[in-house]
Design a protein around this ligand. Structure first.
Ligand code: MG
Length: 379
């Protein structure tokens, strides 16, 4: 049997583990490469189970072997993983570090199943240009939903409507927001995900990221992208057509469906998710997004309006700010302040991988200085 060959980048994270879960069940798939950031123990177990040709542990200082698999130490190993003979490069790494690998995979003409939203947010037009050689399959649930509602196409819509669960603070009062702690922000009502994205859901920065993603993936101007809060997360997103007819994609909230589809596309195959029980669901609600309470949304979208390297600076600042919040150094509402401050102090540079790497580095230094200052003044 000719097996479909998959490289899983970020295999020890939440989405990467789900990709391996699908590959484990689908007998006509195999793994050519696995990469992890720091979780050596899990990576070694995965290597033993899937026997990839190569692997990479970004945090390791030097190379090592696990059985017949060579494991590259350092982040450059991501490139080695992309260069295996994979049919699909499943990119589930977190953060800006995914950009170089995504660009390289697309330049090699690969199909990229993209769960790393930062690559698209920071890389923007660089990534869409590279995608002219390869192909991007969206894994983010909202974008997978739009792609499905469009019949596996990326055009033909009048309006793209992203749904947002509203996160854990949907019904909180504005005056309470400052006092929320990491443990509150990490309590997402519907989705079980990594720490960074869970906090980004609580601030709604994630929805701003997703507007930027939709803009690049579907070539949609901002005037054709809307967001509606839908607390049940049953509708993952909707497409409105010229005649005002709307197609919604629905299932219980789980990343399993978009992850599976990205790997089995163009086929749909049975999933472990139960069928929707509409009578038990009772009702689906829709609310406007409270942009005053969640300023991160407009900060993210504003960085796209500024263009060039600004979304990259915004992304880098968000990674530093969220880490500082999780570490108890800054308040929940300081996250928006830090990001906005960094974007305001960013110098415009034309888009290139080098300018983005420079922007990312500089924005992190700036954001760290700002979070350190805040944490000193509050202690
Ligand atoms: Mg999403």
């Amino acid at each position: 049997m000719n097996k479909k060959k998959i490289a899983v980048l970020g295999s020890t994270g939440s989405v990467g583990r789900q990709a391996l879960e699908v590959i484990r069940k689908e007998k006509d798939m195999c793994v050519t490469a696995l990469t992890a950031n720091t979780n050596r123990a899990l990576l070694e177990r995965q290597i033993t189970e899937f026997s990839p040709k190569v692997a990479c542990l970004a945090s390791a200082g030097e190379d090592f072997d696990v059985g017949a698999t060579h494991v590259y130490g350092g982040a450059d190993g991501l490139i080695r993983a992309v260069e295996t003979d994979a049919d699909v490069v499943f990119v589930a790494v977190t953060g800006f570090c995914g950009l170089r690998a995504v660009l390289h995979a697309l330049e090699l003409g690969k199909r990229v199943a993209l769960a790393n939203k930062e690559a698209l947010v920071a890389g923007g037009a660089l990534v869409t240009k590279a995608a002219e050689n390869g192909e991007i399959i969206p894994v983010d649930s909202e974008h997978s939903a739009l792609w499905q509602a469009l019949g596996f196409c990326k055009k033909g819509y009048k309006r793209l409507i992203l749904t947002a669960s509203g996160g854990p603070f949907l019904h909180a009062e504005m005056c309470e927001m400052r006092h929320f702690l990491a443990k509150d922000a990490l309590r997402h009502p519907n989705w079980n995900m990594g720490e960074k994205i869970t906090v980004d859901c609580a601030t709604m920065l994630n929805k701003g990221f997703e507007v930027i993603e939709a803009h690049h993936l579907f070539g949609a101007p901002l005037s054709k992208i809307d967001v509606v809060v839908h607390p049940q997360s049953i509708i993952h997103s909707m497409v409105e057509f010229e005649d005002n007819s709307v197609m919604a994609e629905m299932s219980y909230p789980s990343m399993e469906q978009p992850v599976r589809l990205a790997l089995t596309y163009p086929e749909r195959r049975p999933s472990a998710l139960p069928p929707l029980d509409f009578a038990a669901l009772g009702r689906l609600e829709f609310l406007p997004l409270d942009r005053a309470k969640f300023p991160c949304f407009d900060i993210a979208v504003g960085s796209l309006r500024l263009g060039d390297n600004y979304p990259c600076a915004m992304n880098a600042a968000s990674e530093v700010a969220v880490r500082a919040f999780l570490d108890g150094k800054i308040a929940f509402t300081d996250i928006a302040e830090v990001i906005s401050d960094v974007v305001g102090k960013t110098e415009r540079l034309p888009l290139s991988l080098a300018s983005l790497e420079h922007t990312d580095e500089r924005a992190r230094v700036l954001a760290t200085a700002i979070t350190d200052k805040i944490s000193r003044t509050t202690v």
